[in-house]
Write a protein that binds this ligand. Structure first.
Ligand code: 3H9
Length: 695
């Protein structure tokens, strides 16, 4: 097999090219090739300087993540980079695309860096639960100083070429032909006999003060709660500041290996691949033709409709926003404008962009104006009669081939599709609130949805910056179906003796941004109440029994919006405060129902709240509502703030042990007879085979 790395000569300059699509990751073959080509260049007397560059769309975007967890194959990347740094001839990295992770570390092993103006450079290892483990934590501070290095390594976000130049990370930015620019740079180095510039020999510039690391750690402590890698990154940079280069490298290696073997990194790497895998729908031909989506309409200018419209305006796609009343339309537009202006105040967009985006949102009161749009997303009240009215109208006015989507979070998409003469064009696009912020999009395939509609909507999800996951039709789809089971269990735990704050703390400590009760206060307690009431009307036999949260809603405690829900809230403060009134309502509920409260352990709360979700997730897989465990994981990560360092509900289950979970679920089922605890057949099968969901 031919090597992915080659050396050629341009007069007296050797050019090492890496060709390993899609992202020139530094797999074993690339490392071996880089080593061999450098040796050849050094042995060639005619070569006076060496350029290393990537073919295709990018300079290497990092180590080959697929190799992690497998036995290491020599040569090791740090050794290859050390050889580049030790080169007796000047080496210049010519960077385009994304020089990330190990890729940037290769560039840091070179004497000089020339970048195309569109290039981005970064050390994103922290996002995989790792740290730059090929010298990046030791070399970068020597080039850009401690604080900038901490920002790049702990934050993990790439910088653009111009910013990299300002930091001193890049020596020259070129526009046009990168190789030409790099050859001219190399020529200059040769002609001027510029000295080698080995970063290992440089002192760290600037003085950030002795407490810089403690300060930095403090500044990220809240945001990075539960993550291990950011704190290890700080330790590694501190080693650069305090130890000689060689010892610093050794310390970096120890910290890197510790992270590589950690469950947190395994989970984060799982999420990296899962996020990409969800776009590939099993059974859907990747060459399925797509429909053109150039204009969109959203029905409803409420919180959800407005948020959805913003996604399209942000992506430069014109969007019509329909309401039945002028007043509602104006109110919706005002909210959108306020959101954009707040973003502009934070410096994330310019005042000009605010106007550009507002101009893309065209308000309308008439369905007749929707005749030319390619996609409509309905975001009206969650009631089947209302949906019927909307979809009948859409069927009447929309052009043939337009995609008709519903943002329903619980209603039957097939029934909604049946209100039209074109069920093949109907599917669900379930956005999560706030719709302009949350990354998840549950795309719901109806029984009759056409393949090209699915393919188009999955592609569109990415185009508007969402992670789209395809799911099937059932009550609550994947995310809310599992959430409702957890919520019911959390309520039962309180019935039996736990306090809402105890339940919330256990799940917060697991890594959720908030517990189930703080979450329902945020979403509005009336949302769940309305769903339960609807179920009680439609399907009384299977509807949930009344509980103390119904009483809270009826007492006007709707959550944060009324400054009182399960918890109390001070004005302008989202911190939940335990409420004596709620304690009273709970006590009354227990005594009315003859319940003697008992002490409930944190362990029991954890098991019941999490295992009930695992069991439901397994049933969802069994029924084919989600295609793969990773789809469920991505939904929980991006829709509900499940801690990334735990990899998603199903990945977490694997780490706990499927057999252990199955046995506990069986035990609870035997004790309670509650059908929610009936072990899923999939779970039982995996437990018996000693397997996990993902492995
Ligand atoms: C590291 O470097 C450690 C070192 O410090 C120390 C070592 C000792 N490896 O995202 P896309 C695949 S850690 C293997 O859809 P885009 C990806 O799975 C690494 N595969 O494209 C996908 O495959 P498929 C630090 C990789 O244009 C395909 O490439 N580096 C890798 O939207 C296309 O990816 C990073 O963390 C990889 N490193 O975005 C960078 N990267 O087609 C991670 C990608 O089968 N990568 N693939 O689904 C990225 O951020 C984005 O992929 C990138 C391109 C911005 C490069």
């Amino acid at each position: 097999m031919s090597s992915p790395v080659s050396l050629c000569r341009d007069n007296d300059i050797g050019v090492i090219r890496i060709h390993y699509p899609p992202v020139n990751a530094l797999g074993q073959g690339v490392r071996e090739g880089l080593q061999r080509c450098l040796q050849e260049a050094l042995a060639d007397d005619q070569i006076k300087a060496v350029i290393v560059t990537g073919e295709g769309k990018t300079f290497p975007a990092g180590a080959d993540i697929r190799e992690f967890g497998k036995p290491p194959q020599p040569p090791a990347l740090p050794d290859v980079i050390n050889e580049y740094e030790a080169s007796s001839k000047p080496v210049i990295a010519a960077i385009h695309g994304t020089a990330l992770g190990g890729g940037l570390e290769v560039a840091l092993g070179c004497d000089y860096r020339v970048a195309l103006d569109s290039a981005r450079l970064g050390l994103p290892e922290v996002k995989l639960g790792l740290l730059p483990g090929a010298g990046g934590t030791q070399r970068l501070p020597r080039l850009v100083g401690i604080e900038a290095a901490l920002d790049m390594i702990v934050g993990g976000n790439p910088v653009k070429a111009a910013a990299a130049k300002a930091l001193g990370l890049v020596d020259e930015v070129v526009s046009g032909d990168l190789l030409e620019g790099a050859l001219a740079f190399a020529r200059n180095v040769i002609d001027e006999k510029a000295p080698l510039r080995r970063l290992c020999d440089l002192p760290i510039p600037g003085d950030s003060g002795a407490d810089v690391f403690a300060r930095f750690e403090q500044s990220i402590a809240r945001r990075q709660r539960g993550f291990k890698a950011p704190f290890h990154c700080i330790k590694a940079v501190q080693a650069a500041a305090e130890l000689p280069f060689e010892q610093g490298l050794q310390r970096e290696r120890e910290l890197f290996v510790e992270l590589l073997l950690s469950p947190e990194s395994a989970a984060q790497r799982h999420v990296f691949f899962a996020e990409r895998e969800v776009a590939k729908v099993p059974g859907l031909d990747k060459d399925t033709p797509r429909r053109d989506i150039n204009t969109v309409a959203v029905i409803g200018a409420g919180t959800m409709g407005g948020g959805i419209a913003m996604n399209f305006a942000n992506a430069g796609i014109p969007v019509k926003m329909l309401e039945v009343k002028q007043e509602a339309l104006e109110k919706g537009l005002a909210v959108i404008r306020r959101n954009y202006e707040n973003t502009a105040k934070k410096g994330r967009i310019t005042a000009e962009q605010v106007e550009q985006r507002m101009a893309l949102i065209q308000p309308t009161l008439s369905y007749d104006e929707l005749g030319d749009v390619d996609l409509v997303i309905e975001a009206v009240f969650e009631n089947m009669d209302v949906k019927k009215a909307v979809f009948s109208e859409l069927d009447r006015v929309c052009k043939p081939g337009a995609i008709l989507a519903t943002n329903t979070s619980t209603l039957d998409v097939d029934r909604i599709a049946s209100f039209t003469q074109r069920p093949q064009d109907v599917m669900g696009m379930h956005f999560f609130s706030p719709a302009n912020v949350m990354k998840l999009l549950e795309n719901v395939r109806g029984e009759k949805t056409a393949d090209d509609v699915i393919a188009t909507v999955m592609d569109l999800s990415r185009r508007i910056g969402k992670v789209g996951v395809l799911v099937g039709v059932c009550h609550g789809f994947v995310g809310n179906r599992m959430l409702h089971k957890r919520q019911a269990e959390a309520i039962k735990l309180v019935n039996e003796g736990a306090s809402p704050q105890q339940v919330d703390k256990v799940l917060f400590d697991l890594g959720f941004p908030m517990g189930p009760f703080a979450m329902s206060d945020l979403a509005g307690m009336d949302v769940g109440y309305r769903i339960r009431e609807e179920l009680r009307k439609e399907d009384p036999a299977n509807a949930p029994a009344r509980n103390w949260t119904d009483e809270l809603v009826e007492a006007g405690r709707l959550g944060q919006k009324t400054q009182a829900g399960v918890f109390d809230y001070k004005e302008g403060d989202r911190t939940p405060v335990p409420s004596p009134d709620v304690d009273g309502i709970i006590e009354q509920y227990r005594s009315d129902n003859g319940i003697t409260p008992r002490a409930i352990s944190d362990q029991e709360i954890l098991e019941r709240c999490m295992y009930v979700m695992v069991n439901e997730g397994a049933k969802i897989l069994e029924e084919g509502i989600a295609a793969r465990p990773l789809d469920v994981d991505v939904i929980w990560i991006y829709g509900y703030g499940f801690p990334v360092y735990r990899g998603g509900v199903m990945f977490w289950a694997d780490q706990v042990g499927v057999k252990k979970i199955h046995d506990k679920i069986s035990e609870i089922y035997q004790q309670t007879g509650d059908p929610v605890w009936k072990p899923s057949a999939r779970l039982a099968e995996l437990a018996e085979q000693g397997k996990g969901f993902n492995r």
